[in-house]
Write a protein that binds this ligand. Structure first.
Ligand SMILES: C[S@@+](CC[C@H](N)C(=O)[O-])C[C@H]1O[C@@H](n2cnc3c(N)ncnc32)[C@H](O)[C@@H]1O
Length: 508
Protein backbone atom coordinates (compact mmCIF):
# COMPACT_ATOMS: atom_id res chain seq x y z
CA UNK A 1 0.00 0.00 0.00
CA UNK A 2 1.23 3.48 -0.82
CA UNK A 3 2.56 5.91 1.77
CA UNK A 4 1.12 8.88 -0.12
CA UNK A 5 -1.41 11.00 1.73
CA UNK A 6 -4.98 10.37 0.61
CA UNK A 7 -5.34 14.04 -0.29
CA UNK A 8 -2.60 13.63 -2.95
CA UNK A 9 -4.34 10.61 -4.43
CA UNK A 10 -7.66 12.46 -4.45
CA UNK A 11 -6.04 15.38 -6.22
CA UNK A 12 -4.48 12.99 -8.72
CA UNK A 13 -7.97 11.57 -9.34
CA UNK A 14 -9.28 15.07 -10.04
CA UNK A 15 -6.42 15.87 -12.42
CA UNK A 16 -6.78 12.56 -14.25
CA UNK A 17 -10.50 13.24 -14.69
CA UNK A 18 -9.70 16.69 -16.07
CA UNK A 19 -6.89 15.68 -18.37
CA UNK A 20 -7.96 12.24 -19.57
CA UNK A 21 -11.65 12.29 -18.70
CA UNK A 22 -11.24 9.01 -16.83
CA UNK A 23 -13.48 8.18 -13.91
CA UNK A 24 -12.12 6.35 -10.88
CA UNK A 25 -14.42 5.42 -8.04
CA UNK A 26 -13.15 4.89 -4.51
CA UNK A 27 -12.64 1.18 -5.12
CA UNK A 28 -10.00 1.98 -7.73
CA UNK A 29 -8.09 4.53 -5.66
CA UNK A 30 -5.32 1.98 -4.91
CA UNK A 31 -4.52 1.79 -8.65
CA UNK A 32 -4.30 5.58 -8.78
CA UNK A 33 -2.11 5.65 -5.68
CA UNK A 34 0.24 3.05 -7.11
CA UNK A 35 0.49 4.86 -10.45
CA UNK A 36 1.13 8.22 -8.80
CA UNK A 37 3.82 6.72 -6.62
CA UNK A 38 5.52 5.09 -9.61
CA UNK A 39 5.47 8.34 -11.59
CA UNK A 40 6.90 10.36 -8.71
CA UNK A 41 9.65 7.81 -8.25
CA UNK A 42 10.46 7.60 -11.98
CA UNK A 43 10.61 11.38 -12.32
CA UNK A 44 12.22 12.03 -8.93
CA UNK A 45 9.61 14.68 -8.17
CA UNK A 46 7.51 15.67 -5.20
CA UNK A 47 3.76 15.19 -5.57
CA UNK A 48 2.95 18.89 -5.18
CA UNK A 49 5.15 19.89 -8.14
CA UNK A 50 4.11 16.92 -10.26
CA UNK A 51 0.37 17.37 -9.71
CA UNK A 52 0.65 21.13 -10.18
CA UNK A 53 2.26 20.72 -13.59
CA UNK A 54 -0.10 17.95 -14.65
CA UNK A 55 -3.00 20.20 -13.81
CA UNK A 56 -1.64 23.36 -15.41
CA UNK A 57 0.39 22.32 -18.47
CA UNK A 58 0.71 18.57 -18.85
CA UNK A 59 3.27 17.18 -21.27
CA UNK A 60 1.92 14.95 -24.01
CA UNK A 61 4.45 12.25 -23.13
CA UNK A 62 3.30 12.20 -19.52
CA UNK A 63 -0.35 12.01 -20.57
CA UNK A 64 0.57 9.05 -22.79
CA UNK A 65 2.34 7.30 -19.93
CA UNK A 66 -0.63 7.81 -17.62
CA UNK A 67 -3.02 6.63 -20.34
CA UNK A 68 -0.97 3.47 -20.77
CA UNK A 69 -1.14 2.82 -17.04
CA UNK A 70 -4.71 3.81 -16.36
CA UNK A 71 -6.84 2.86 -19.36
CA UNK A 72 -8.43 -0.51 -20.02
CA UNK A 73 -7.47 -1.63 -23.50
CA UNK A 74 -9.27 -4.99 -23.66
CA UNK A 75 -10.50 -5.62 -27.21
CA UNK A 76 -10.62 -8.28 -29.94
CA UNK A 77 -11.57 -8.65 -33.58
CA UNK A 78 -15.30 -8.58 -34.33
CA UNK A 79 -16.18 -7.96 -30.68
CA UNK A 80 -20.00 -8.02 -30.45
CA UNK A 81 -20.20 -9.45 -33.91
CA UNK A 82 -23.88 -8.58 -34.29
CA UNK A 83 -22.82 -4.92 -34.47
CA UNK A 84 -20.61 -5.73 -37.44
CA UNK A 85 -23.51 -7.55 -39.08
CA UNK A 86 -25.65 -4.45 -38.60
CA UNK A 87 -22.83 -2.38 -40.05
CA UNK A 88 -22.60 -4.59 -43.14
CA UNK A 89 -26.31 -4.98 -43.69
CA UNK A 90 -27.71 -1.63 -42.56
CA UNK A 91 -25.15 1.10 -42.01
CA UNK A 92 -22.82 0.56 -44.97
CA UNK A 93 -25.58 0.21 -47.60
CA UNK A 94 -27.35 3.30 -46.22
CA UNK A 95 -24.19 5.38 -46.23
CA UNK A 96 -23.11 4.10 -49.63
CA UNK A 97 -26.45 5.25 -51.02
CA UNK A 98 -26.13 8.60 -49.26
CA UNK A 99 -22.62 9.23 -50.64
CA UNK A 100 -23.20 8.32 -54.26
CA UNK A 101 -22.40 11.90 -55.26
CA UNK A 102 -18.99 12.14 -53.54
CA UNK A 103 -18.09 8.43 -53.45
CA UNK A 104 -16.31 9.05 -50.17
CA UNK A 105 -16.91 7.12 -46.96
CA UNK A 106 -15.24 7.89 -43.66
CA UNK A 107 -15.39 5.70 -40.57
CA UNK A 108 -14.04 6.61 -37.15
CA UNK A 109 -12.97 4.26 -34.38
CA UNK A 110 -12.74 6.48 -31.29
CA UNK A 111 -10.90 4.59 -28.54
CA UNK A 112 -9.49 2.01 -30.94
CA UNK A 113 -7.03 0.46 -28.43
CA UNK A 114 -4.68 -1.97 -30.20
CA UNK A 115 -6.50 -1.81 -33.52
CA UNK A 116 -8.75 -4.87 -33.60
CA UNK A 117 -11.91 -2.75 -33.94
CA UNK A 118 -10.82 -0.46 -36.83
CA UNK A 119 -9.22 -3.42 -38.61
CA UNK A 120 -12.50 -5.36 -38.29
CA UNK A 121 -14.18 -2.37 -39.95
CA UNK A 122 -11.58 -2.27 -42.70
CA UNK A 123 -12.21 -5.98 -43.38
CA UNK A 124 -15.92 -5.19 -43.74
CA UNK A 125 -15.10 -2.37 -46.14
CA UNK A 126 -12.91 -4.64 -48.21
CA UNK A 127 -15.56 -7.34 -48.26
CA UNK A 128 -18.17 -4.79 -49.33
CA UNK A 129 -16.14 -4.54 -52.56
CA UNK A 130 -16.40 -0.84 -53.25
CA UNK A 131 -15.67 0.20 -56.79
CA UNK A 132 -12.08 1.59 -57.05
CA UNK A 133 -13.55 5.01 -57.80
CA UNK A 134 -14.67 5.15 -54.15
CA UNK A 135 -12.47 6.58 -51.41
CA UNK A 136 -13.06 4.60 -48.21
CA UNK A 137 -11.01 4.87 -45.01
CA UNK A 138 -11.05 4.27 -41.27
CA UNK A 139 -9.59 6.83 -38.89
CA UNK A 140 -8.59 5.23 -35.60
CA UNK A 141 -7.67 7.23 -32.51
CA UNK A 142 -6.66 6.47 -28.96
CA UNK A 143 -4.81 8.19 -26.14
CA UNK A 144 -2.75 5.11 -25.27
CA UNK A 145 0.53 5.18 -27.29
CA UNK A 146 1.49 1.62 -26.34
CA UNK A 147 -1.81 0.27 -27.69
CA UNK A 148 -1.39 2.31 -30.88
CA UNK A 149 2.13 0.96 -31.41
CA UNK A 150 0.74 -2.56 -31.25
CA UNK A 151 -2.06 -1.59 -33.63
CA UNK A 152 0.35 -0.29 -36.24
CA UNK A 153 2.30 -3.53 -36.04
CA UNK A 154 -0.78 -5.52 -37.19
CA UNK A 155 0.29 -8.71 -35.40
CA UNK A 156 -1.94 -10.46 -32.91
CA UNK A 157 -2.31 -13.58 -30.84
CA UNK A 158 -4.79 -16.19 -32.04
CA UNK A 159 -6.92 -15.33 -29.02
CA UNK A 160 -7.64 -11.95 -30.64
CA UNK A 161 -9.60 -13.87 -33.30
CA UNK A 162 -11.81 -15.75 -30.83
CA UNK A 163 -15.01 -14.21 -32.25
CA UNK A 164 -13.85 -13.99 -35.85
CA UNK A 165 -15.61 -16.37 -38.25
CA UNK A 166 -13.27 -19.02 -39.65
CA UNK A 167 -13.77 -17.94 -43.27
CA UNK A 168 -12.86 -14.34 -42.39
CA UNK A 169 -9.77 -15.59 -40.59
CA UNK A 170 -8.66 -17.56 -43.61
CA UNK A 171 -9.24 -14.66 -46.01
CA UNK A 172 -7.60 -11.89 -43.99
CA UNK A 173 -4.98 -13.37 -41.70
CA UNK A 174 -1.87 -15.39 -42.28
CA UNK A 175 -0.33 -17.49 -39.56
CA UNK A 176 3.15 -17.10 -38.23
CA UNK A 177 4.97 -18.81 -35.41
CA UNK A 178 3.68 -16.56 -32.60
CA UNK A 179 0.23 -15.64 -33.85
CA UNK A 180 -1.45 -14.06 -36.86
CA UNK A 181 -0.72 -11.16 -39.21
CA UNK A 182 -3.39 -9.05 -40.88
CA UNK A 183 -3.23 -8.80 -44.67
CA UNK A 184 -1.85 -5.53 -46.08
CA UNK A 185 -5.04 -4.74 -48.00
CA UNK A 186 -7.01 -4.49 -44.78
CA UNK A 187 -4.25 -2.64 -42.96
CA UNK A 188 -3.97 -0.05 -45.70
CA UNK A 189 -7.44 1.40 -45.05
CA UNK A 190 -6.76 2.31 -41.42
CA UNK A 191 -4.94 5.41 -40.27
CA UNK A 192 -3.98 5.55 -36.57
CA UNK A 193 -3.52 8.74 -34.55
CA UNK A 194 -2.73 9.45 -30.92
CA UNK A 195 -5.60 11.63 -29.71
CA UNK A 196 -7.05 12.47 -26.36
CA UNK A 197 -10.83 12.55 -26.63
CA UNK A 198 -11.01 14.69 -23.49
CA UNK A 199 -9.26 17.56 -25.27
CA UNK A 200 -10.43 19.95 -27.93
CA UNK A 201 -9.39 18.41 -31.28
CA UNK A 202 -11.00 20.58 -33.96
CA UNK A 203 -9.47 18.63 -36.83
CA UNK A 204 -10.67 15.32 -35.39
CA UNK A 205 -14.27 16.49 -35.53
CA UNK A 206 -14.93 18.00 -38.97
CA UNK A 207 -18.54 18.97 -39.42
CA UNK A 208 -20.76 16.10 -40.68
CA UNK A 209 -17.73 14.27 -42.11
CA UNK A 210 -18.08 10.74 -40.72
CA UNK A 211 -20.48 8.11 -41.95
CA UNK A 212 -20.06 5.59 -39.15
CA UNK A 213 -18.51 6.07 -35.73
CA UNK A 214 -17.55 3.23 -33.42
CA UNK A 215 -17.00 4.53 -29.90
CA UNK A 216 -17.39 1.32 -27.99
CA UNK A 217 -16.46 0.63 -24.39
CA UNK A 218 -14.97 4.08 -23.97
CA UNK A 219 -17.77 6.26 -22.54
CA UNK A 220 -18.20 3.80 -19.68
CA UNK A 221 -14.75 4.76 -18.35
CA UNK A 222 -15.29 8.52 -18.60
CA UNK A 223 -16.60 11.07 -16.14
CA UNK A 224 -20.07 12.25 -17.23
CA UNK A 225 -18.92 15.68 -18.46
CA UNK A 226 -16.29 14.15 -20.72
CA UNK A 227 -18.72 11.51 -21.98
CA UNK A 228 -21.16 14.30 -22.86
CA UNK A 229 -18.40 16.33 -24.50
CA UNK A 230 -17.36 13.35 -26.66
CA UNK A 231 -20.94 12.52 -27.66
CA UNK A 232 -21.62 16.13 -28.62
CA UNK A 233 -18.58 16.10 -30.89
CA UNK A 234 -19.59 12.80 -32.43
CA UNK A 235 -23.07 14.19 -33.10
CA UNK A 236 -21.63 17.22 -34.86
CA UNK A 237 -19.13 15.31 -36.92
CA UNK A 238 -21.47 12.53 -38.04
CA UNK A 239 -23.32 13.16 -41.26
CA UNK A 240 -27.10 13.36 -40.88
CA UNK A 241 -28.25 9.75 -41.12
CA UNK A 242 -24.78 8.56 -40.04
CA UNK A 243 -24.44 5.72 -37.54
CA UNK A 244 -22.99 5.50 -34.05
CA UNK A 245 -22.15 2.22 -32.33
CA UNK A 246 -21.51 2.13 -28.58
CA UNK A 247 -20.46 -0.79 -26.39
CA UNK A 248 -23.30 -3.16 -25.64
CA UNK A 249 -23.53 -1.93 -22.04
CA UNK A 250 -23.45 1.76 -22.99
CA UNK A 251 -26.33 4.03 -23.94
CA UNK A 252 -26.91 7.66 -24.90
CA UNK A 253 -29.65 7.98 -22.30
CA UNK A 254 -29.21 11.34 -20.60
CA UNK A 255 -26.35 12.25 -22.95
CA UNK A 256 -27.92 13.31 -26.24
CA UNK A 257 -31.16 13.84 -28.09
CA UNK A 258 -29.45 14.01 -31.47
CA UNK A 259 -29.91 10.36 -32.38
CA UNK A 260 -32.58 7.83 -33.18
CA UNK A 261 -32.21 4.50 -31.45
CA UNK A 262 -32.02 1.52 -33.83
CA UNK A 263 -32.49 -2.14 -32.89
CA UNK A 264 -31.65 -4.79 -35.49
CA UNK A 265 -29.53 -7.94 -35.65
CA UNK A 266 -29.99 -8.40 -31.89
CA UNK A 267 -28.10 -5.21 -31.12
CA UNK A 268 -28.68 -1.53 -30.45
CA UNK A 269 -27.06 1.39 -32.18
CA UNK A 270 -27.86 4.98 -33.11
CA UNK A 271 -28.51 6.99 -36.23
CA UNK A 272 -28.02 10.74 -36.27
CA UNK A 273 -31.22 12.63 -36.79
CA UNK A 274 -31.49 14.47 -40.08
CA UNK A 275 -31.97 17.75 -38.29
CA UNK A 276 -30.12 17.00 -35.12
CA UNK A 277 -30.73 19.00 -31.97
CA UNK A 278 -27.06 19.46 -31.37
CA UNK A 279 -27.31 20.54 -27.80
CA UNK A 280 -26.67 18.64 -24.62
CA UNK A 281 -29.70 16.75 -23.50
CA UNK A 282 -31.77 18.27 -20.75
CA UNK A 283 -30.76 17.41 -17.21
CA UNK A 284 -32.15 14.12 -16.05
CA UNK A 285 -35.73 14.58 -14.94
CA UNK A 286 -36.38 14.64 -11.25
CA UNK A 287 -38.89 11.88 -11.66
CA UNK A 288 -37.61 8.35 -11.56
CA UNK A 289 -36.39 7.40 -14.99
CA UNK A 290 -37.87 3.96 -15.17
CA UNK A 291 -41.14 2.45 -15.93
CA UNK A 292 -44.13 1.91 -13.88
CA UNK A 293 -44.38 -1.40 -12.20
CA UNK A 294 -48.02 -1.90 -12.38
CA UNK A 295 -49.28 -5.12 -10.96
CA UNK A 296 -47.47 -8.15 -12.15
CA UNK A 297 -48.55 -9.68 -8.91
CA UNK A 298 -52.17 -9.50 -9.74
CA UNK A 299 -51.55 -11.71 -12.74
CA UNK A 300 -50.74 -14.44 -10.30
CA UNK A 301 -52.95 -13.47 -7.43
CA UNK A 302 -56.07 -12.80 -9.43
CA UNK A 303 -55.40 -15.00 -12.42
CA UNK A 304 -55.64 -11.98 -14.70
CA UNK A 305 -54.88 -12.60 -18.37
CA UNK A 306 -52.30 -9.89 -18.81
CA UNK A 307 -50.45 -7.21 -16.99
CA UNK A 308 -52.91 -4.74 -18.27
CA UNK A 309 -55.72 -6.65 -16.62
CA UNK A 310 -53.53 -6.96 -13.62
CA UNK A 311 -53.02 -3.22 -13.46
CA UNK A 312 -56.72 -2.58 -13.71
CA UNK A 313 -57.48 -5.16 -11.04
CA UNK A 314 -54.90 -3.61 -8.79
CA UNK A 315 -56.35 -0.15 -9.25
CA UNK A 316 -59.84 -1.35 -8.52
CA UNK A 317 -58.69 -3.31 -5.51
CA UNK A 318 -56.81 -0.36 -4.10
CA UNK A 319 -59.69 1.99 -4.85
CA UNK A 320 -62.09 -0.31 -3.02
CA UNK A 321 -59.77 -0.76 -0.10
CA UNK A 322 -59.10 2.91 0.45
CA UNK A 323 -62.61 4.23 -0.29
CA UNK A 324 -61.14 7.68 0.01
CA UNK A 325 -63.30 10.64 -0.99
CA UNK A 326 -62.24 11.98 -4.35
CA UNK A 327 -60.76 15.40 -3.74
CA UNK A 328 -60.82 18.05 -6.39
CA UNK A 329 -57.40 19.25 -7.51
CA UNK A 330 -57.90 22.34 -5.34
CA UNK A 331 -58.59 20.21 -2.31
CA UNK A 332 -55.23 18.54 -2.60
CA UNK A 333 -53.14 21.65 -3.00
CA UNK A 334 -52.40 24.58 -5.18
CA UNK A 335 -54.61 25.33 -8.12
CA UNK A 336 -53.06 24.70 -11.52
CA UNK A 337 -52.53 28.40 -12.05
CA UNK A 338 -50.36 28.53 -8.95
CA UNK A 339 -48.10 25.75 -10.14
CA UNK A 340 -44.69 27.05 -11.12
CA UNK A 341 -43.18 26.11 -14.46
CA UNK A 342 -41.21 22.85 -14.10
CA UNK A 343 -44.51 21.69 -12.85
CA UNK A 344 -44.76 20.84 -9.24
CA UNK A 345 -45.66 17.22 -9.41
CA UNK A 346 -45.14 16.61 -5.72
CA UNK A 347 -48.85 16.56 -4.94
CA UNK A 348 -49.63 14.22 -7.78
CA UNK A 349 -46.89 11.90 -6.55
CA UNK A 350 -48.21 12.13 -3.01
CA UNK A 351 -51.62 11.08 -4.29
CA UNK A 352 -49.96 8.25 -6.17
CA UNK A 353 -48.16 7.21 -3.01
CA UNK A 354 -51.48 7.19 -1.14
CA UNK A 355 -52.80 4.96 -3.93
CA UNK A 356 -55.27 7.66 -5.06
CA UNK A 357 -54.47 7.06 -8.69
CA UNK A 358 -57.45 8.69 -10.33
CA UNK A 359 -57.07 11.81 -8.17
CA UNK A 360 -53.44 11.94 -9.16
CA UNK A 361 -54.37 11.63 -12.83
CA UNK A 362 -57.03 14.29 -12.46
CA UNK A 363 -54.45 16.63 -10.98
CA UNK A 364 -51.96 15.94 -13.75
CA UNK A 365 -54.60 16.46 -16.40
CA UNK A 366 -55.59 19.76 -14.91
CA UNK A 367 -52.11 21.21 -15.42
CA UNK A 368 -51.85 24.15 -17.81
CA UNK A 369 -51.62 23.38 -21.47
CA UNK A 370 -47.91 24.34 -21.50
CA UNK A 371 -47.22 21.29 -19.33
CA UNK A 372 -48.40 19.01 -22.11
CA UNK A 373 -44.91 18.61 -23.56
CA UNK A 374 -42.99 18.40 -20.30
CA UNK A 375 -41.32 14.95 -20.14
CA UNK A 376 -41.93 14.57 -16.42
CA UNK A 377 -45.61 15.39 -16.75
CA UNK A 378 -45.96 13.10 -19.74
CA UNK A 379 -44.28 10.22 -17.94
CA UNK A 380 -46.45 10.54 -14.86
CA UNK A 381 -49.57 10.93 -16.99
CA UNK A 382 -48.68 7.87 -19.06
CA UNK A 383 -48.03 5.85 -15.91
CA UNK A 384 -51.34 6.85 -14.36
CA UNK A 385 -53.28 6.21 -17.57
CA UNK A 386 -51.70 2.78 -17.91
CA UNK A 387 -52.47 2.15 -14.30
CA UNK A 388 -56.10 3.06 -14.87
CA UNK A 389 -56.38 0.81 -17.93
CA UNK A 390 -56.79 3.73 -20.36
CA UNK A 391 -54.34 2.15 -22.72
CA UNK A 392 -55.06 4.04 -25.93
CA UNK A 393 -54.51 7.37 -24.16
CA UNK A 394 -51.51 5.96 -22.33
CA UNK A 395 -49.94 4.82 -25.59
CA UNK A 396 -50.58 8.19 -27.19
CA UNK A 397 -48.96 9.91 -24.20
CA UNK A 398 -45.95 7.58 -24.35
CA UNK A 399 -45.46 8.34 -28.01
CA UNK A 400 -45.62 12.07 -27.34
CA UNK A 401 -43.05 11.60 -24.59
CA UNK A 402 -40.77 9.63 -26.93
CA UNK A 403 -41.06 12.41 -29.49
CA UNK A 404 -39.30 14.72 -27.01
CA UNK A 405 -37.16 12.11 -25.24
CA UNK A 406 -36.62 9.12 -27.51
CA UNK A 407 -34.42 7.36 -24.98
CA UNK A 408 -36.90 7.38 -22.12
CA UNK A 409 -36.85 3.89 -20.63
CA UNK A 410 -40.02 4.48 -18.61
CA UNK A 411 -42.02 5.38 -21.70
CA UNK A 412 -40.78 2.22 -23.41
CA UNK A 413 -41.87 0.07 -20.51
CA UNK A 414 -45.31 1.64 -20.38
CA UNK A 415 -45.62 1.16 -24.14
CA UNK A 416 -44.80 -2.50 -23.61
CA UNK A 417 -47.74 -2.76 -21.23
CA UNK A 418 -50.00 -0.95 -23.70
CA UNK A 419 -48.89 -3.17 -26.59
CA UNK A 420 -49.55 -6.25 -24.53
CA UNK A 421 -53.01 -4.90 -23.78
CA UNK A 422 -53.56 -4.48 -27.50
CA UNK A 423 -52.66 -8.14 -28.05
CA UNK A 424 -49.31 -7.28 -29.63
CA UNK A 425 -46.92 -9.62 -27.78
CA UNK A 426 -43.92 -9.06 -30.10
CA UNK A 427 -44.39 -5.29 -29.84
CA UNK A 428 -44.52 -5.55 -26.05
CA UNK A 429 -41.33 -7.63 -25.99
CA UNK A 430 -39.54 -5.19 -28.28
CA UNK A 431 -40.38 -2.19 -26.08
CA UNK A 432 -39.35 -4.06 -22.92
CA UNK A 433 -36.05 -5.00 -24.55
CA UNK A 434 -35.42 -1.39 -25.47
CA UNK A 435 -36.24 -0.34 -21.89
CA UNK A 436 -33.79 -2.85 -20.41
CA UNK A 437 -31.10 -1.79 -22.86
CA UNK A 438 -31.61 1.89 -22.03
CA UNK A 439 -31.64 1.23 -18.31
CA UNK A 440 -30.13 -2.11 -17.33
CA UNK A 441 -31.01 -1.54 -13.65
CA UNK A 442 -34.71 -1.16 -14.41
CA UNK A 443 -36.47 -4.13 -12.84
CA UNK A 444 -40.00 -3.89 -14.20
CA UNK A 445 -39.39 -4.48 -17.91
CA UNK A 446 -37.27 -7.51 -16.96
CA UNK A 447 -40.14 -8.79 -14.90
CA UNK A 448 -42.54 -8.15 -17.76
CA UNK A 449 -40.21 -9.87 -20.24
CA UNK A 450 -40.14 -12.88 -17.92
CA UNK A 451 -43.92 -13.01 -17.77
CA UNK A 452 -44.27 -12.60 -21.52
CA UNK A 453 -41.73 -15.36 -22.13
CA UNK A 454 -43.48 -17.66 -19.69
CA UNK A 455 -46.83 -17.09 -21.33
CA UNK A 456 -45.41 -17.93 -24.72
CA UNK A 457 -43.88 -21.14 -23.38
CA UNK A 458 -40.24 -20.01 -23.41
CA UNK A 459 -39.45 -21.32 -19.97
CA UNK A 460 -35.70 -20.96 -20.07
CA UNK A 461 -35.89 -17.37 -21.23
CA UNK A 462 -38.58 -16.73 -18.61
CA UNK A 463 -36.34 -18.14 -15.88
CA UNK A 464 -33.42 -15.99 -17.00
CA UNK A 465 -35.44 -12.76 -17.10
CA UNK A 466 -37.28 -13.44 -13.84
CA UNK A 467 -34.05 -14.28 -12.00
CA UNK A 468 -32.57 -10.98 -13.22
CA UNK A 469 -35.76 -9.13 -12.31
CA UNK A 470 -35.70 -10.60 -8.81
CA UNK A 471 -32.16 -9.38 -8.22
CA UNK A 472 -33.00 -5.94 -9.61
CA UNK A 473 -36.25 -5.60 -7.68
CA UNK A 474 -34.44 -6.04 -4.39
CA UNK A 475 -32.40 -2.92 -5.02
CA UNK A 476 -34.75 -0.98 -7.27
CA UNK A 477 -35.13 2.70 -6.49
CA UNK A 478 -38.14 3.22 -4.20
CA UNK A 479 -39.52 6.10 -6.25
CA UNK A 480 -39.38 4.01 -9.40
CA UNK A 481 -41.38 1.33 -7.68
CA UNK A 482 -43.86 3.99 -6.67
CA UNK A 483 -44.25 5.24 -10.21
CA UNK A 484 -44.26 1.91 -11.98
CA UNK A 485 -45.25 -0.56 -9.29
CA UNK A 486 -48.96 -0.47 -9.93
CA UNK A 487 -49.71 -0.02 -6.26
CA UNK A 488 -47.50 -2.87 -5.12
CA UNK A 489 -44.55 -2.35 -2.84
CA UNK A 490 -41.16 -3.95 -3.11
CA UNK A 491 -41.96 -6.94 -0.88
CA UNK A 492 -45.08 -7.80 -2.85
CA UNK A 493 -43.29 -7.47 -6.18
CA UNK A 494 -40.41 -9.62 -4.97
CA UNK A 495 -42.87 -12.25 -3.73
CA UNK A 496 -44.70 -12.28 -7.03
CA UNK A 497 -41.53 -12.45 -9.05
CA UNK A 498 -40.27 -15.32 -6.92
CA UNK A 499 -43.58 -17.16 -7.35
CA UNK A 500 -43.37 -16.73 -11.13
CA UNK A 501 -39.80 -17.96 -11.13
CA UNK A 502 -40.70 -21.07 -9.14
CA UNK A 503 -43.70 -21.68 -11.40
CA UNK A 504 -41.44 -21.93 -14.40
CA UNK A 505 -38.96 -24.22 -12.70
CA UNK A 506 -36.43 -21.70 -11.43
CA UNK A 507 -34.80 -21.55 -8.02
CA UNK A 508 -36.34 -18.84 -5.81
C1 LIG B 1 -11.80 -1.02 -23.58
S1 LIG B 1 -10.95 -0.21 -24.86
C2 LIG B 1 -12.13 -0.31 -26.16
C3 LIG B 1 -11.53 -0.79 -27.45
C4 LIG B 1 -12.53 -0.98 -28.57
N1 LIG B 1 -13.25 0.25 -28.83
C5 LIG B 1 -13.50 -2.09 -28.22
O1 LIG B 1 -14.63 -1.83 -27.82
O2 LIG B 1 -13.11 -3.26 -28.31
C6 LIG B 1 -11.08 1.49 -24.34
C7 LIG B 1 -10.10 2.38 -25.07
O3 LIG B 1 -10.48 3.73 -24.87
C8 LIG B 1 -9.30 4.49 -24.79
N2 LIG B 1 -9.53 5.78 -24.12
C9 LIG B 1 -9.90 5.99 -22.84
N3 LIG B 1 -9.92 7.31 -22.58
C10 LIG B 1 -9.55 7.92 -23.73
C11 LIG B 1 -9.39 9.28 -24.09
N4 LIG B 1 -9.56 10.27 -23.21
N5 LIG B 1 -9.00 9.55 -25.35
C12 LIG B 1 -8.82 8.57 -26.26
N6 LIG B 1 -8.95 7.28 -25.96
C13 LIG B 1 -9.32 6.95 -24.72
C14 LIG B 1 -8.37 3.62 -24.00
O4 LIG B 1 -7.03 3.99 -24.16
C15 LIG B 1 -8.69 2.23 -24.53
O5 LIG B 1 -7.81 1.87 -25.55
Amino acid sequence: MTALPRSDVERFRTVVARRLGLHFDDGRLPLLAETLEQRLEALGRASEAYLGQLDAEPEKVEIGILATELTVSETYFFRNIEQFRATTQVALPARRAARLDTKRLRLLSAGCASGEEPYSLSILLREAAFDPSWSVAVRAVDVNPAALAKAKHGRYSRWALRETPAEVQSRWFSHEARGVVLEDDARALVHFEERNLAEENPDLWPCEAYDIVFCRNVLMYLVPETAQFVVEHIARSLAPGGFLFLGHAETLRGLSQSFHLRHTHGTFYYQRKEAAHLTPSAPAPALPASPMASSPLAAVVDGAESWVDAIRCASERIEALTRAPRPTPCAVGASPSELPPRWNLGQALELLESERFSDSLELVQSLPVEAATDPEVLLLRAALLTHGGQLASAEDTCRRLLAVDELNAGARYLLALCREGAGDGPGATEHDQVATYLDPAFAMPRFHLGLLARRSGHREEARRELALALALLRREDASRLLLFGGGFGRDALVALCRAELVACGGAP
